[in-house]
Structures are given as structure tokens and as C-alpha cells.
Design a protein. Structure first.
Length: 299
């Protein structure tokens, strides 16, 4: 009969090992935790998840590249447009020689604004030269300047109708006397919209020398007796957008009807009046000096 194997050196089932001896399985013995290995399905899921993350990352990289490319194209196009605009602006603003059309427009605009840009004493100078008897140079003296008024209120009805139809802007008037204070001369400047309107109005004005601008008298001066009935003759001349009217009579108040037909007007009366009107028209329409370049004298 076999001898019974001694179990005194082994640990007891429910208790601690024998005092003084170490359990080779550890303190917990058979109850210690065993490492668990992942199942094959879990490995496949992890690999699929990694592939999905990698695909998403690659797709994001592709989108980023497309976005960067589009942004680069937009920036390049914008820079090109800005460059073209800058070149065009420099081309428009740089100084260059004026064309003939621009020179003509400059002259027209300068002349057209003189009636406003100049003071009244610039439109109607204090003294105006004229030629007297034997072509002697004399001076007409300005007595006064009338307030600016509507064209229809400063001319005879037939003339006012033409001025109104052609867009007359305003009427400026002043009265002069000759060097001997024998003749009284009223000059009226009708301001039209432009030179074309002035030419058209001039073609429709009557040649009747009894109608034209209404005279302006200044009380307390030698001109105080000069009225519509005292006008001996009237006329006009065109200059730029202006129709410059002249009318003259005697300072003694002599009416036109009181002068017998056989009596000839003083030989100096109308030439003096016409000369004064022409001089004022010349001042207004004298061509200005045109700068050679768009920004002055340097191109």
C-alpha cells in the first residue's frame, strides 16, 4: 500500500501558507487576475476606426489644399484688378497736354462764368474808351450799375419774348455818359445758357433800332432824364453766351419823337454808344490764356 503523500509543505485551501514559506503563485494564489487578450472582432473594429480617421484626415487635407488654391486665385485676381485700377487712375490723373477739344471747352467755361466770377465793376469798368470826332480817343464814364434783373423786365416786349424763349438767365445793366456828359448810354448784358442759345436768339432778334434794352437812369445825376422815350437808337452785339445791348440818347431829356426826321443825330452819339457796348462785349468774351496741360503748365 502506497505511502500517503505529505501535504504539510503546501498551502492550505482556505488559509495562509505555511509560516516561513513563500507562495510561488503570489499572495492571492489561484484567485489572482489573469490578463485578457482582445478578441479578433475588436482588432478589426480598431483597424477600421483607424482607417476611417486616416481617410477623414486625408480628405481634410485635400479640402484644405483646394481652399488654399481658391484663396490664392481670389487674391491674385483681386491684386490684378487693383493693379489695373491703379494704372487707369494714374493714367487719368497724371498731367498731360490738353486736347484741342479740351482747350475749347476750357475757354467756353471760363467765359461763361465771368458774369458771376467777376465783380460788377469788372463787367462794367469805371471808364471805357471810345473814338470821338476825328478819331480822337475819349472815355465814357460809368454813372451807376443797376441791380441784376430778369431779362423780360429789362427789355422791350418783342426782345424780351425772344430772350425768354432761348433761356435767358439774367440781365446786367449799367449807364455811362460820354466825356462831355452830352450823351447817355445804357449797356445791358443778357446772359444766355450757352453760346448756341445766344446765336439762335440773335437770329430772331428784330433789326428795329427803336427796341432793345430799357435804359437805367440814376436820380441826382446827368442821367436822370434818360428813359425809354429818350432813346435815339439801340443795337446789340453777340459775344460768347452774351448778348450785349446798347442804347443812347441825349442828357437833356430830348425824346426821339421830338427830333424831326430831317434832323440828323449828332455824329458822335451812336458811334460812342456802339463803341462802349463793343468794348464791354470784348472784355467779357476775350479768350483766356489756356494752360497747356491738365495740371497747369507742366506735363
Amino acid at each position: 500500500m502506497r505511502a500517503r503523500r505529505s501535504t504539510s509543505g503546501l498551502p492550505r485551501a482556505g488559509g495562509a501558507g505555511t509560516p516561513g514559506r513563500r507562495n510561488p503563485l503570489g499572495a492571492s494564489g489561484r484567485g489572482s487576475r489573469v490578463r485578457s487578450w482582445p478578441a479578433a472582432g475588436s482588432r478589426r473594429l480598431a483597424a477600421a476606426r483607424q482607417r476611417a480617421e486616416l481617410d477623414a484626415l486625408q480628405q481634410g487635407i485635400r479640402y484644405r489644399r483646394v481652399f488654399v488654391a481658391l484663396l490664392g486665385v481670389i487674391i491674385a485676381v483681386s491684386a490684378f484688378v487693383v493693379l489695373l485700377g491703379t494704372v487707369g487712375l494714374l493714367g487719368e490723373t497724371r498731367s498731360r497736354p490738353l486736347t484741342q477739344a479740351e482747350q475749347n471747352r476750357y475757354r467756353q467755361e471760363e467765359i461763361a462764368r465771368r458774369w458771376q466770377a467777376w465783380p460788377a465793376t469788372g463787367v462794367f469798368p469805371e471808364e471805357v474808351k471810345y473814338l470821338g470826332l476825328d478819331r480822337a480817343q475819349q472815355y465814357a464814364r460809368r454813372v451807376g450799375i443797376a441791380p441784376e434783373t430778369e431779362c423780360a423786365k429789362a427789355a422791350d416786349p418783342s426782345v424780351a419774348h425772344v430772350l425768354r424763349d432761348h433761356g435767358c438767365v439774367t440781365m446786367l445793366r449799367a449807364t455811362y455818359v460820354d466825356q462831355t456828359s452830352t450823351f447817355v448810354i445804357t449797356v445791358g448784358v443778357a446772359v444766355l445758357k450757352d453760346e448756341e442759345s445766344r446765336v439762335s436768339a440773335g437770329e430772331q432778334l428784330t433789326q428795329d433800332d427803336r427796341v432793345g434794352v430799357l435804359p437805367v437812369a440814376f436820380p441826382g445825376t446827368v442821367t436822370e432824364r434818360f428813359g425809354a422815350a429818350q432813346r435815339q437808337r439801340t443795337g446789340w452785339v453777340g459775344a460768347g453766351p452774351y448778348l450785349v445791348f446798347s442804347t443812347a440818347g441825349y442828357a437833356d431829356g430830348r425824346a426821339r419823337a421830338a427830333v424831326p426826321p430831317e434832323e440828323i443825330l449828332h455824329s458822335e452819339l451812336w458811334p460812342a454808344a456802339k463803341s462802349v457796348g463793343n468794348q464791354i462785349a470784348y472784355f467779357l468774351a476775350d479768350p483766356p490764356k489756356v494752360p497747356p496741360c491738365t495740371q497747369g503748365n507742366v506735363c
